[in-house]
Design a protein around this ligand. Structure first.
Ligand code: AMP
Length: 140
């Protein structure tokens, strides 16, 4: 049997967490190393590693509460907005191999970090972009 993920151990109460939401399929708790006050993680209880492994019904369950949890986080810390992000795979910086959405409060001051600031940008011609779009369509 494969080892439990860190987040499964949190869901099962083996590791304590500041839980902010729970239902049959979804769990949310505060990040222990917050990037901003109120930084919250939202996970499916089942330990899928990557987004593409999640059955659509379970992904829909998580998404059906993600907006509501995000609004509650914003209200709790008086945030002006939030970045909601998922590091999908090790190359994207995913450290815990159990799908999780980060809800990171943002404030209208100089601490704001738009997601575009993370990347240098890719120089692509119109043809290259169209060719990539075609390959994405072909891979569905
Ligand atoms: P990622 O790099 O996207 O895999 O994010 C993993 C996140 O889990 C990091 O932001 C960590 O701070 C957070 N984390 C690790 N251990 C715990 C824990 N015991 N309780 C809450 N959050 C945790």
């Amino acid at each position: 049997m494969s080892e439990k993920t860190l987040f499964t151990r949190i869901v099962e109460g083996e590791i304590p967490s500041d839980t902010v939401y729970e239902d049959e399929t979804t769990y949310a708790f505060l990040d222990v190393n917050p990037l901003a006050p109120g930084h919250t993680l939202v996970i499916p209880k089942a330990p899928y590693e990557r987004l593409s492994e999640m059955p659509p019904a379970e992904a829909a369950d998580v998404f059906s509460v993600l907006g509501e949890i995000t609004a509650a986080v914003e209200a709790a810390v008086d945030a002006d907005g939030t970045t909601v992000a998922l590091n999908n795979g090790e190359a994207a910086g995913q450290e815990v191999p159990h799908v999780h959405w980060h809800i990171i409060p943002q404030f209208e001051d100089d601490t704001a970090r738009p997601i575009h600031a993370l990347f240098d940008g890719a120089e692509l011609s119109d043809e290259e972009r169209s060719e990539i779009a075609g390959r994405i369509r072909d891979n569905q």
